[in-house]
Design a protein around this ligand. Structure first.
Ligand code: SAH
Ligand code: SF4
Ligand code: F3S
Length: 472
């Protein structure tokens, strides 16, 4: 059923062979140590990175590893991110901490994968100065994890395997979900947008969509296994399906997914404003299952900066789109990403950003300080903004964003809404935390038995970006 040009079943079968071979090694090692072996996969990046970690955990489970803590595991895998410089710095810092532990426990293994590994300079640096790392692989050959691990086990030598790019999508490998009741689903990989500041297209490769039948079959399997909420993942979901042999729009895919019985909530991210169609707004407006939330990164409110960013929309076009969404999908919550300090950003440009924030009134926003990524067009642009100016703007933006988020959050105070209970509250063990359709969190009195259930909740008190409520 999954046979198609870009999905490769023979490859999956090959990988299951390697899983079996690794399993024998691990069983032997476990007998020698007289205890089960534990592995920890640490996610450094976005939701796609997190989804990849689940796939790695699934493979490790099949190989025979228990899930362990980073501090004590026999195998530690860092699934890295490189979208901003500080993501890289964190990885090197944590590696430095692992080194002495490995010295004491020579049987221990360290693996590195993810977006950072797609940068040749990074791999060079690791080869030279981090010889205690055992396996290194990239984003394009994640499916080969078992094979690479086997190479390391059999040779006793470090195994490095990086592909520059791929058009392959390997279906049907194991995976281990973090939550029993919700799951992320890749609907596409890579990105073709080349926003001038962004490294993702270089490390994730060209955009390719999974076939709708493979996506639907995966969701059906998940629903049969207890999942009621799915998050469809892609760097730019609005351009889903363009590269398929039989092209299909994202809105059509959503309609097909909506038909799946037993599925209650559909989320997706991320949407690029330039590709958001009227068809999608219409489908969202009518849908019973698509959540009333859209993450629509704006990046900047200045048309001049947007142009330099290669975002391909103007401030006015974005505002029009936000307006259409609010009219077409009543009650929709809008969230965004904003970059401060892009090269050439003047105080006037920054004021435009504050202005768009005030006009759209986001429910929340991720704000980032511009980070120079080697190899991207923006890295060599003139007029890089001085650090103190960026810090000052960043502070002012954050204040505005938080003020507005608090005000929009307060609007729902007193209403009754449905929440999917996700976990016991971090702060108070007598409370559970649920997520509303609009993506905001609510804490209500309850216990672990409620996890995975949908509960009608009265939002009693708004606390800025979450609520205290009670079941009704
Ligand atoms: N594909 C998504 C975003 C992926 S990266 C989209 O286009 O919306 C997530 C966010 O990181 C981006 O929206 C952007 O705000 C931020 N980001 C990406 N590159 C960055 C850089 N070089 N410096 C600072 N922030 C960056
Ligand atoms: Fe990066 Fe732009 Fe692609 Fe998002 S759409 S991943 S910001 S290049
Ligand atoms: Fe980071 Fe790669 Fe995601 S660079 S943001 S983990 S696609």
């Amino acid at each position: 059923m999954y046979d198609n040009i870009n999905s490769d079943n023979a490859e999956a079968a090959r990988q299951y062979d390697f899983i079996e071979k690794c399993r024998q090694y691990i069983e032997e090692e476990s007998r020698r140590l007289n205890r089960p072996l534990a592995a920890a996969v640490v996610t450094f990046g976005c939701q796609m990175n997190a989804r990849d970690s689940e796939k790695l955990r699934g493979i490790l489970r099949e190989i025979g590893y228990r899930e362990g803590e980073e501090e004590t595991a026999d195998l530690v895998v860092y699934n890295t991110c490189t979208v901003r410089e500080n993501a890289n710095t964190r990885v090197y810092g944590r590696l430095g901490q692992l080194k002495p532990r490995k010295k004491k426990n020579p049987h221990m293994m360290i693996g590195l994968c993810g977006c950072m590994m797609q940068e040749p300079e990074v791999v060079e640096k690791l080869k030279k100065s981090y010889s205690f790392v055992d396996i290194i692989f990239g984003t394009h050959n994640l499916y080969k994890f078992a094979e690479i691990l086997f190479t390391r086990l059999e040779s006793g030598k470090r195994a490095i395997d990086i592909l520059e790019g791929t058009d392959k999508i390997v279906e049907n490998l194991p995976n281990e979900r973090k939550y029993s009741f919700k799951s992320g689903i890749n609907i596409m990989f890579g990105c073709n947008n080349f926003c001038s500041y962004c490294i993702v297209p270089y490390v994730r490769g060209r955009e390719r969509s999974r076939r709708p039948d493979a996506i639907i079959a995966e969701i059906r399997r998940l629903v049969a296994d207890g999942v009621t909420e799915v998050m469809l993942l892609g760097q730019n979901v609005n351009s889903y399906g363009k590269t398929l042999e039989e092209p299909m729009s994202f809105a059509r895919l959503l309609q097909e997914i909506e038909k799946i019985e037993g599925l209650r909530r559909i989320r997706f991210m991320t949407s690029h404003p330039k590709d958001l169609s009227d068809e999608l707004i219409e489908v969202m407006g009518k849908s019973e299952k698509i959540c009333r939330h859209l993450h629509l990164p704006v990046q900047s409110g200045s048309t001049a900066i947007l142009q330099k960013m290669n975002r391909r929309y103007t401030k006015e076009q974005y505002l029009l789109l936000a307006d259409k969404l609010r009219r077409g999908v009543p009650g929709i919550s809008l969230t965004t990403d904003i970059i401060v300090g892009f090269p050439g950003e003047t105080e006037e440009d920054f004021q435009e950003t504050l202005d768009i924030v005030r006009k759209v009134r986001y429910d929340s926003a991720f704000t980032f300080i511009y980070s120079k990524r080697t190899g991207t067009p923006a890295a060599v642009m003139e007029d890089q903004v001085p650090e103190d100016v960026i810090k000052d703007r960043f502070g002012r933006l954050l204040e505005e964003v938080q003020k507005i988020a608090g005000e929009t959050c307060a609007l729902h105070e007193g209403t009754v809404q449905e929440a999917l209970i996700e976990s016991v509250s971090d702060q108070d063990a007598s409370m559970v935390t649920g997520r509303l359709s609009n993506n905001l969190l609510v804490h209500i009195p309850g216990d672990a038995g409620m996890i995975g259930r949908y509960v009608k909740v009265k939002l009693k008190e708004c606390k800025g970006f979450y609520y205290i409520g009670e079941a009704v």
